[in-house]
Design a protein around this ligand. Structure first.
Ligand code: UD1
Ligand code: MG
Length: 471
């Protein structure tokens, strides 16, 4: 018998108060719907149908992966209507139906629900949980013999029902495909105008068919209907992700304030300090140290890399043994060679920095190709932009750039050349030479004394002028 899956993702998500469809809201950098799809796909269903409606194009655009079938629910008439629309796409066999707003569900729980469903020869099985702190869920009604007879939505439940029935509906169901015919018997709810999928429980139970609810940890079943709930599930997911990395040998000094996206990778014996964000497809090697306040997005760090406090790294690659920061910014397409040093308040953009090269302080390196063993003095700036176009600066190996230098691109500093501090370099510098371009220094002797004595005799104003001495 084949397994098909239906994921309900058409709803408005009114309680999120957002223009973005609810199930595209992200937890740890991934839309919540993606978590549900990933958990389902580990069961290898023959077909996975996603019911979309609100923001359908946006959802399809973000979620399509070639394995999903999308069906459109034009009018949002409730979860029962959503499954009825998906029905034409489903295969004969067993059908797994899940709400798209429960990102904490695990493949293990889905597998065990399927196994119990098969073992009990049920027509319908679903997940339940007990957690007095959670509200807004359907309540499972059981008769005196413990048999499930109905689900009553929280907003329609009487005080007596709320008091008597503490088992709640998790919104994850396994149904034999023949029983989907009972969907036609669901009536529109008078007060909400919706067809509730949950009404199928009362209908199947009333028809004397086998069905049951199985308890699972409430943590897994939490639906996200509001921003508070999105935060709560993000905290749980973050704990799962961070403990996963701890088990693989990563140290976290302050895990409560550390954010690691699910897609990020971290190597053994790396130490992560508090208030750091490790985002997107970032991969961090072994023995790295990430000091507090840094954000690393979609970047690759080799082994033994040190990221000092308050550093931002975007779409860059840092090779083994390099040190970046404090307060540095690597903008996209920066590649830092082995054992290089990018220091305090240094910004690098779309540049290659050679092995062992150092740019320690207050520097901007943009559109630059810098060889190995180069020393970039404090305050160096590559002037890469003339207001219209960007140009490249090339610095070959062994070059020494003195402090407070402007390199007006396009320009090339050849191997082992020196540039004197305070120079503005507009022409290429030949290999092994010293380039110096700055006004000669003049020392005006006794200038202070003369200025204090008689301002009118100040050189260049009036009176006797004392010869300037060049040094
Ligand atoms: C639903 C269940 C409730 C259960 C809870 C578990 C119903 C009537 N109630 O309530 O018993 O405890 O989930 O989380 O099913 N959707 C559509 N089309 C629609 C309406 C909703 O696709 O017309 C989708 C939504 O996008 C969402 C899912 O169905 O992913 C559930 O809808 P939601 O409005 O969140 O239902 P709950 O009120 O949470
Ligand atoms: Mg919900």
């Amino acid at each position: 018998m084949k397994l098909s899956a239906v994921i309900l993702a058409a709803g408005r998500g009114k309680r999120m108060k957002s223009r973005t469809p609810k199930i595209l809201h992200e937890a740890l950098g991934r839309p919540m719907l993606r978590y549900v799809i990933d958990a389902v796909s580990t069961l290898k269903p023959a077909k996975t149908v996603v019911v979309i409606g609100n923001g359908a194009d946006e959802v399809r655009g973000r979620i399509s992966d070639g394995h999903l079938t999308f069906v459109l629910q034009k009018e949002l008439l409730g979860t029962g209507d959503a499954v009825a629309i998906a029905r034409k796409e489903l295969l004969k066999g067993t059908v797994l139906v899940l709400n798209g707003d429960c990102p904490l569900i695990t493949a293990a729980t889905l597998k065990s629900l399927l196994a119990r469903h098969k073992r009990s020869r049920n027509v319908l099985s679903f997940l339940s949980f007990v957690d007095e702190s959670m509200s807004g869920y359907g309540r499972i009604i059981r008769d005196s013999s413990g048999r499930v007879t109905d689900i009553v939505e929280d907003k329609h439940a009487s005080a007596l029902q709320k008091n008597m029935f503490k088992e709640l509906n998790g919104g994850v169901y396994v149904i034999e495909s023949e029983a989907l015919a009972y969907l036609d018997k669901i009536k529109k709810n008078n007060s909400s105008g919706e067809y509730y999928l949950t009404d199928i429980i009362g209908i199947i139970s009333g028809a004397g068919k086998r069905l049951d609810a199985y308890l699972c940890p409430s943590e897994e079943i939490r639906g996200v209907n509001s921003r508070e709930e999105l935060y709560e599930i993000s905290v749980i997911l973050q704990k799962r992700v961070i403990s996963g990395w701890m088990q693989k040998g990563v140290t976290f000094i302050g895990p409560e304030t550390t954010h690691v996206h699910v897609s990020a990778r971290i190597g053994r014996d790396t130490v992560i300090y508090p208030n750091t964000y490790i985002e997107g497809s970032t991969s961090i090697g072994n023995n790295c140290t990430i000091y507090p306040g840094s954000r690393i997005c979609d970047s690759v760090l080799g082994n033994g890399v040190i990221i000092k406090d308050n550093t931002l790294i975007e779409k860059s690659r840092i090779h083994d043994g390099s040190s970046i920061g404090p307060c540095a910014h690597l903008r996209p397409e920066s590649v830092i060679g082995r054992n290089a040093k990018i220091g305090n308040f240094v910004e690098v953009k779309k540049s290659n920095i050679g092995a062992g090269t150092k740019a320690g302080h207050l520097t901007y390196l943009g559109d630059a190709e810098i060889g190995p063993g180069v020393n970039i003095g404090a305050g160096t700036i590559t002037c890469n932009y003339d207001g219209k176009n960007k140009f490249r600066t090339i610095i070959k190996s062994g070059v020494f750039i003195g402090s407070d230098t402007q390199l007006v691109a396009p320009v090339r500093i050849n191997k082992d050349a020196y540039v004197a501090a305070g120079s503005t370099i507009t022409r290429d510098v030949p290999s092994g030479s010293l380039a110096i371009s700055r006004g000669r220094q003049r020392n005006l002797e006794d200038w202070t004394k003369r200025r204090e004595g008689d301002m009118s005799k100040e050189p260049g104003v009036k009176g006797k002028r004392k010869k300037a001495v060049d040094k």
